[in-house]
Design a protein around this ligand. Sequence first.
Ligand SMILES: [Mg+2]
Ligand SMILES: [Zn+2]
Length: 193
Amino acid sequence: MPDRAVFLDRDGTINEEVDYLGSVDQLRFIVGAEAAIARLNQTALKVIVFTNQAGIARGYFSPEVVERIHTHMEERLSSHGAHLHALYYCPHHPSEGIGPYRLDCNCRKPKPGMLHQAARELKIDLCRSFVVGDKLSDLKAGHAAGCRLVLVRTGYGREAEAKLADLPFQPDYVAADLPEASSWILQQVMGGS
Ligand SMILES: [Mg+2]
Ligand SMILES: [Zn+2]
């Protein structure tokens, strides 16, 4: 049977939003995020990050910088007994920058490409999985993939919440932050839904 997953946006959901996080020193975890991921890790849920990193297309930083930040993030999580099963990032932008990253790709959120890729590679049942993010683009990607949706009020979450009425669908839950989102997800999973 395919696995269930929790897909986490990165900036504004796991770590503080700083607009184009381009170095390890700028990485600040949202309070309780490591412990929240550790709690999810105690279940059968896979925890997967999916993040737009158009700073690469824009020439603000290289893929190597993003990879270094992700390595650092995983080390920090590991020191809290937490881990990620996979990290996916989209380096593209449809109209900004030059070179191979200027591309109207299928992975940039709000498109669901990263979710479909993870489902293929890691055998995940998207309809029984969750997406957590602070932007409408996270919710739209999750909705397009058939996932259950949690908006967090950290990062750009309050701005997104104010625009929820513009959406043709609604998130299943709005949480203060990742720890609260994780608690809600755990309740759903333990409750058998
Ligand atoms: Mg975000
Ligand atoms: Zn892309």
